[in-house]
Structure formats: structure tokens, C-alpha cells
Design a binder for this molecule. Structure first.
Ligand code: TRP
Ligand code: ZN
Length: 862
């Protein structure tokens, strides 16, 4: 390995947690906003909680003034370095005043105070506040904030911060405004916006009858695309009252949309800041998936008001305490809006595609990591989605009512404070004193996906059925051996006709455990882990059994899953045959199962659309001892073409049946019909009916249908592809969120020239490394294109590493995230392994690397 590795900063360990030595009671901030030189005056009213020096975090701050209780501090009474400010002696109670200068215009990291489009925006989670002023920038320091800001009245007419507006005015062509947030909060929830935005306004009356003013702030011209976000917000506010008894606690709730944003959105108290991608939606510009994502993310951030803001995290190791819980809440919300089974399927698909992949490789980490170099690297599907699975297991084990009591305990006992995973556990345990559930805590500290095997014994003499379950979890970095997990196993027993004999939730907590069911009159077929009752891999189901469950299971999730598992087994068998040089032949059972799925389409269109999607190439890869991306790709494509041809008539009639739906209708049934129509389109195109896609593209009925058609056309080199891409570009070149789709469609394409096109697109005039959405649309999307990213030449890996290195200079958070795609390198044959490793080493060899990228690349190689 090359030697010029940057010296990393020291890792932070959970075991080293110490309560803060000083508390901040009140914060007064004054911003004099100018792009090149913004001055921030901070008055911190503080008191001592334990012995020790006063250390405040601070990064890239130019200190102009410093006063302790009004007295200017001499040079030898404090010290400033790259990490912050230390004051050698302070009294037990004091006011510290600092004045610093920062440069928002040059902040390309998009954390702290930065500029985007028409104005100033902040992003403080997790450690951005220290780039604004000197402060104990840790979530267990909660304070009340009062903010005054001044900015050019013409350029930045709208001035927003957390809480309620106290006053505003204009002086010397500059506007000023004062905001006060009555709720104590950690610094990561601070927010400020100063921009030329317009508001879409509405109001919400809470369950106790309080009127809340709602505002969604966007660039002029985008007002027409905010209706869905506003409706979603009101629906989410009502849902949290109805479901958890949680009411909004301020008189104002604002959302500001920004085009340059590192993540999806941010739950700042009373002033959420959103990536425009999760606010703006109209049928012409947004797909049905976009509409659902807007609703989900609006709900997610709103739900954080209680699970995140009122009850926050003691330290960043507890991140999943707010994120896992809030994802669980948004999943439940979405399940209540549409179909619960289909929502569950989509969530499990995501978990398996990313979390299971990470959990099986060098980047595996527990839901509560023990250490980190850069906390920004831990906003992962493990913290979010696996964390949500752990919350769901609590509920499945406890039952809905007890879980609700546990939630009430949690909020009541931790309100206005910074909590831990143990606090959440204690609140839940107190709701079920008769059961000891302590072992569930192992899910927070042990990484890895448990693998489950089972055995069944039927005894006709005493009419009993015994189920034996075994669990095993492979080692993960730093964790050689694992203790058994506690998990709920929801089991259904079916008779030979698929009639349900019983359903029960078992508590499985040992390495091996027997469960006996009595009064079972005939040998049953067990449907295990119904509704995905635990985040595990269930092994050893025969094809015969899977075919039966795919056809008969009364649990919709498991019916889908059985078909997926069946398809995986059949396709992997075909992959082996392909590797042995045999010609592709479609498994007859798979064709039968897909045909059967099509027959039941009229009963549940949303479910059918999901069930028709074959396991993705990367999911198939996860089940191969040595991944062969070319063979997987060839086989999966051949299967789609064969199915499309064999079932052409049915796909055709389904297509036309579903095409009757109104293109502007965004109700659940309309979206389901479109999903099914476009699933049919994909099969028909796989079987050669490309003109169908061309026709659909030219109808331009709405973005869902246009994009589905363009996706098909992008796979087939030729005139139509070029014409469609050019037309789409022409129409949407000035609409950034739609232009992102133009990049993504090409990055995900199945075409022979995808790699070359993606390389060329990095030079396109509309490609912009400064805009995270654009980077994700091209590079992020490309890295999920299994067959093309893993091109045998290694050019895909090289392209990714080139982008990581360039991006690391301006935006390390976004750069580091791209590296996860190289994590699974050990799973490939030696040639690809070497190519992937070479790129990771090339990244590490860069002399000056951010801690973000350093941590990801070095861990991926370890
Ligand atoms: N807390 C945000 C959420 O709701 C995540 C987030 C927003 C974030 N902006 C960020 C994470 C910037 C890291 C960096 O999930
Ligand atoms: Zn969140």
C-alpha cells in the first residue's frame, strides 16, 4: 500500500463519554450576514456542573472579540486551535461573549452556514454549529436561543430562525428580524435562513385547539409545486396526534427548501430545512415515487419534533435512538396511508439491498457503534433502517397497546432532555413488567445479520408439531463471536390447502430453541418470520415449500418473499449453468409463479407490481460465494426477456387495463395501477416491444410514465434512445430536479455503452460537483448499476475513485458516502478484487484527505 496517508484525528469512543462540565442556560446570537464575511456575536450564559477548564468547539472561526462577564480577555487567559477555544479560568456562573467572522460564500462542505441559490442556509447536524460560533457543540448541552439577524433587504428579504418571530424591521437598506425559541435544544437543531423566498401558507388546529401557522418557503415560481408537501404535513400532524397523542408545541412551523443539501432534510426545531427534492412535486415533474418520498420525508422530519427535538440524544453514539425510532414512525405513517404490506415490502427491499450488504462487509457496524472517526459517516441504513427494525421488534414482542404505553413513558420521562438507548429500553420494559426483554439490547451493540435455520417435526400420535430454530451470526470487524439475539418470530401454520391453522409470535432468544405446538391435526407448512418479524436471513427453505408459500401464504409479505426467494434460487441455478457454458433455460416453476401472480393482479395491483420485480442483480450477488456480475446480468436479463415473451398477452392486457387510470390522479389506487402498468412495460420491452416505450414516452402523460418509458429506451442504443434523451433534456434543462432524472436514467442504463456515457456526462455542462443531488444522480446511481459499475475493465471503479478524490476537496461528507460501493470487494473473483483494492488504495494515497474519506477508505480496506 502507498505510504502517504494523512494522519487521522483520534477516534471517539462511547466508553469515554463524560457529562459536560458546563451547562448553557441561554444563548443570544447576532448575525450580520454578508456572503464573504459574516459576523456572529454570541453571548452564552453558562454555569459550571463539575470541575475542569472551559472548552468550546469551533472550526475555521476568526475570533475578533472575546469577553468574560463584560471584561475583555487577555491573550494569555485563553487558547484557540483548530478544534476550538479553551479558557483557563472561569467562575461558576458567567456570560461569555465572542465575536467571530466566517465566510459562507466559501463554505462548500454545506455544513454550518453556507450559501445556495438566493441565500444563506444552515445545516448544523451533527457538528456544523461549531463552524458558526464557539460552543459546546454536543447534543447533551441544551439551551434556549434568541437570534437576531441583519441582511441586505433586496437580496435576502426573508429572515427565518427557530421558534417564534419577536420583531422585524428595515434600517439602511438592511432587514433585521428577531426570533426566539422557548424550547431548550441542542446546537445541532439551530437553523437560520436568509433568502429571497416566497411562502405557501396554511394552518393547522391541534387536538387541543391551538392554531399553528404553517409556511413552506421556496424560490419564486416553485409555489405551484408545494401543495402535496403541505397536505402531507397536515396529515402527518394529525396522525401523530391520533397514533401517539403527540401534539405540535409551537405556534409556527416553517419549512424552507434548498437546492444544495447534503442529505434529505433536517428537523431543526420549528424550522425544518429540506432538500428541494423532498418538497417540490407536481404530476409534470415528479414521479409517483417522488410524491411518496415527499410525504415520507415531510412526515419523518415532523415526527422528529418529539423523537429527536423534545427528546434528543445524549451523544452521537445514540443516533439511532432518534433516527431508528423516527423511521419506524414514518414507516407506520406511510403504511396507514397506502397498503401496509406493500410498504413493508419496499422497506425490506431497501434493508436487504443496502443494510444487509454493509453488514456482511468491512463497513459493518452496530446500530450503536462503539467508536467513530467522523460521525457523518454513520448516517447509514444500519442506524436508520435497522434501527427502525429494532423498534419494530419491541412492538411485535410487546403488542401495540403496551408499545404505546412504553412510548408514553419514554416521552414523559425524557422530555426536554438528552436520552440514551437504555432510557428507551427502560421505558419499554416498564410497560411490560411481566416480561424480561433486556436481551433485545444486544441488537444495539452487536453488528451482523443473524442467519436462521430450522427443522420441523410432526408427531401424529400426540398431534404435536415441533419447530426447532437455530441462529448464527458471522463475525464482523472487531466482533469475532456473537451472543444470541432476542427476536420475535411470527409463525403461521398452514394446512396443505393453504388454510391457516394458527398464527403466533414466538420469542426466540437462544442459539437453538424448540417450540412445540399442540392440537395440530395434520402436518402443517410453517410460514416463518411473517411480515419480516426480525431482520434476519432465513435459510434452508426448499423450492417446493417456497412455491407453495408463494401461492398460498395468507401473510402477504411472506407470499411476496417466498416468490423472491424462489426466484433467487432459480436464477442462481441458471447463473451456475451459465458459468458452465450451458444455454439459458427458464425454470418452469418461476414462470408458473409469475403467471399466477398476474392472474391475481386485479385483486391487489400494488402488491402485484412488487411481486413481478425479480430479485435485483445485487441481491443475487449477495447469495453467491464468488460474485460473477456478468453471469448474473446475463441470466436476469434472459429471464426477463423469456418471461416477457412467454406471458406477452397477459402483460399486454394488463398494460391496457391499467392505462385507463387518470394520469393526474395521485391516489393510492391510481399509483398502484401505474406501477403495474410500468412493470408490464418493462417485461414487454425486455421481450422486444420497444415501440411501446417510445409511444408512452411521446404521450408525456405525467413524469411517472415518461420516466418509466425513458428508462426502457435508455437501455437500447439507437436513434430512439438518442431522440428521447435529447427531447427530455431540451424540455427539462432548466428544472434541476427533473434534470437529475436525466442523469440517473443514463447512469442506471443497461446499455453496452453506459460506462463511456457516464464518463462523458461527468464533463457535461450541466454536471456540477457542487450540487449533491447532481452527484448522487450521476455517480451515486451509477455505483448501484451492478453490471456496469463492476465492468471487468475496472473503469467503473476508477471513475468512482476519481470523483471521490475531486469531491473530497470541496464536500467530504458526500465524497465519503460514495465509497461504500467499493466495500464488498472481497466478495469478487481475484481480478476484480485487485481492481477495487487498487482504487481504495489510490484514494488513501492522497496526501491530504478528509477524516470522512480517510475513515471510509481505510475501513473498507481493513
Ligand atoms: N437528521 C436528518 C434526518 O432527518 C439527517 C440529516 C440532515 C443529516 N442533514 C444532514 C445528516 C447532514 C448528516 C449531514 O434524518
Ligand atoms: Zn431523521
Amino acid at each position: 500500500m502507498a505510504d502517504a496517508v494523512t494522519a487521522p484525528r483520534q477516534p471517539v469512543h462511547l466508553a469515554d463519554y463524560r457529562a459536560p462540565a458546563f451547562a448553557v442556560d441561554q444563548v443570544e446570537l447576532e448575525f450580520d450576514l454578508h456572503p464573504q464575511a459574516t459576523q456572529v456575536r454570541a453571548r452564552l450564559h453558562m454555569h459550571r456542573r463539575s470541575a475542569g477548564q472551559l472548552h468550546l468547539d469551533g472550526r475555521k472561526l476568526k475570533l475578533l472579540e472575546i469577553r468574560l462577564d463584560g471584561e475583555e480577555l487577555g491573550d494569555n487567559s485563553y487558547h484557540v486551535d483548530e478544534a476550538g477555544l479553551t479558557i483557563y479560568e472561569v467562575p461558576d456562573r458567567f456570560t461569555l461573549e465572542t465575536l467571530v467572522e466566517i465566510c459562507p460564500a466559501e463554505n462548500t462542505e454545506l455544513s454550518g452556514l453556507y450559501m445556495s441559490g438566493s441565500g444563506f442556509f444552515t445545516q448544523c447536524e451533527p457538528e456544523g454549529f461549531r463552524k458558526i460560533t464557539f460552543f459546546p457543540d454536543r447534543p447533551d448541552v441544551m439551551a434556549r436561543y434568541r437570534v437576531r439577524m441583519t441582511a441586505d433587504a433586496q437580496k435576502y428579504p426573508v429572515l427565518l430562525s427557530n421558534g417564534n418571530k419577536l420583531a422585524e424591521g428595515t434600517e439602511n437598506a438592511r432587514n433585521w428580524a428577531e426570533w426566539e425559541d422557548p424550547h431548550p435544544k441542542p446546537s445541532y437543531l439551530f437553523a437560520l435562513v436568509a433568502a429571497d423566498l416566497v411562502a405557501v401558507r396554511d394552518e393547522f388546529v391541534t387536538m387541543s385547539g391551538r392554531r399553528v401557522e404553517l409556511g413552506i418557503w421556496v424560490e419564486r415560481g416553485d409555489e405551484t409545486r408545494c401543495g402535496h408537501a403541505m397536505e402531507s404535513l397536515k396529515t402527518a400532524m394529525r396522525w401523530d396526534e391520533d397514533t401517539f397523542g403527540l401534539e405540535y408545541d409551537l405556534d409556527v412551523f416553517n419549512i424552507a427548501a434548498v437546492a444544495d443539501f447534503n442529505a434529505g432534510a433536517m428537523e431543526n426545531k420549528g424550522l425544518n430545512i429540506f432538500n428541494t427534492a423532498y418538497v417540490l412535486a407536481s404530476p409534470e415533474t415528479a414521479t409517483d415515487t417522488d410524491f411518496q418520498n415527499v410525504e415520507r420525508v415531510i412526515a419523518h422530519e415532523y415526527f422528529h419534533n418529539w423523537t429527536g427535538d423534545r427528546v434528543t440524544c445524549r451523544d452521537w453514539f445514540q443516533l439511532s435512538l432518534k433516527e431508528g425510532l423516527t423511521v419506524f414512525r414514518d414507516q407506520e405513517f406511510m403504511a396507514d396511508q397506502f397498503s401496509a404490506a406493500v410498504k413493508r415490502i419496499a422497506d425490506v427491499r431497501l434493508l436487504r439491498a443496502t443494510q444487509f450488504r454493509d453488514d456482511a462487509g468491512p463497513l459493518a457496524h452496530p446500530v450503536r457503534p462503539a467508536s467513530y472517526l467522523e460521525i457523518n459517516n454513520f448516517y447509514t441504513t444500519t442506524i436508520y433502517e435497522k434501527g427502525a427494525e429494532v423498534v419494530r421488534m419491541y412492538r411485535t414482542l410487546m403488542g401495540r397497546e403496551a408499545f404505546r404505553r412504553g412510548m408514553d413513558n419514554y416521552i414523559r420521562d425524557n422530555d426536554n432532555s438528552a436520552a440514551t438507548v437504555e432510557d428507551f429500553f427502560a421505558a419499554m420494559q416498564a410497560a411490560v413488567p411481566e416480561h424480561n426483554i433486556w436481551q433485545i439490547l444486544r441488537w444495539y451493540d452487536q453488528a451482523g445479520t443473524p442467519e436462521i435455520t430450522f427443522e420441523e417435526t410432526y408427531n401424529p400420535t400426540n398431534r404435536s408439531f415441533m419447530l426447532t430454530l437455530r441462529q448464527h451470526t458471522n463475525p464482523t470487524p472487531g466482533q469475532e463471536s456473537k451472543l444470541p439475539f432476542l427476536m420475535p418470530v411470527t409463525v403461521g401454520l398452514l394446512d396443505e390447502n393453504g388454510n391457516e391453522m394458527l398464527e403466533e409470535t414466538l420469542v426466540f432468544h437462544q442459539a437453538e430453541q424448540n417450540f412445540v405446538f399442540s392440537h395440530i391435526d395434520k402436518p402443517p407448512v410453517a410460514s416463518l418470520f411473517r411480515n419480516f418479524s426480525a431482520p434476519v436471513k432465513l435459510k434452508g427453505q426448499s423450492r417446493e415449500r417456497l412455491a407453495f408459500l408463494a401461492a398460498k401464504d395468507t401473510d402477504l409479505f411472506n407470499r411476496w418473499d417466498a416468490l423472491q426467494q424462489y426466484a433467487s434460487a432459480a436464477l442462481l441455478e441458471a447463473v451456475a449453468a451459465h458459468q458452465a457454458g450451458r444455454i439459458f433455460q427458464l425454470d418452469a416453476g418461476l414462470q408458473d409463479a409469475i403467471a399466477a401472480t398476474l392472474r391475481q393482479a386485479p385483486r391487489d395491483q400494488a402488491f402485484t407490481a412488487e411481486a413481478l420485480i425479480l430479485p435485483s442483480e445485487s441481491l443475487l450477488a449477495d447469495d453467491m460465494a464468488v460474485v460473477d456480475p456478468d453471469a448474473i446480468h446475463a441470466v436476469r436479463e434472459a429471464a426477463r426477456a423469456t418471461l416477457g415473451a412467454a406471458l406477452r398477452d397477459r402483460f399486454n392486457s394488463m398494460y391496457w387495463e391499467c392505462a385507463k387510470v387518470n394520469p393526474a390522479d395521485h391516489s393510492g389506487p391510481a399509483m398502484a395501477a401505474r406501477a403495474l402498468k410500468n412493470a408490464a412495460l418493462a417485461y414487454l420491452c425486455a421481450a422486444g416491444d420497444v415501440p411501446r416505450a417510445w409511444e408512452q414516452f411521446n404521450q408525456g402523460a405525467n413524469m411517472t410514465d415518461t420516466l418509466a418509458a425513458l428508462t426502457q429506451l435508455a437501455d437500447k442504443p439507437g436513434e430512439k434512445r438518442e431522440a428521447a434523451l435529447a427531447a427530455f433534456y431540451d424540455e427539462w434543462k432548466d428544472t434541476p430536479l427533473v434534470l437529475d432524472k436525466w442523469f440517473s436514467v443514463q447512469a442506471r442504463a443497461n446499455a453496452p455503452d453506459t460506462l463511456a456515457r457516464v464518463r462523458a456526462l461527468t464533463q457535461h455542462e450541466a454536471f456540477d460537483l457542487r450540487n449533491p443531488n447532481r452527484v448522487r444522480a450521476l455517480i451515486g446511481a451509477f455505483s448501484t448499476n451492478q453490471a456496469k459499475f463492476h465492468d471487468a475493465s475496472g473503469d467503473g471503479y476508477r471513475l468512482l475513485a476519481d470523483m471521490v478524490l475531486r469531491l473530497d476537496e470541496t464536500n467530504p461528507q458526500v465524497a465519503a458516502r460514495l465509497i461504500a460501493a467499493l466495500g464488498p470487494w472481497r466478495r469478487f473473483a481475484p481480478a476484480r478484487q485487485a481492481l477495487m483494492r487498487t482504487e481504495l488504495e489510490r484514494i488513501l494515497a492522497r496526501g491530504k484527505l478528509s477524516p470522512n474519506t480517510y475513515e471510509m477508505a481505510s475501513k473498507a480496506l481493513a
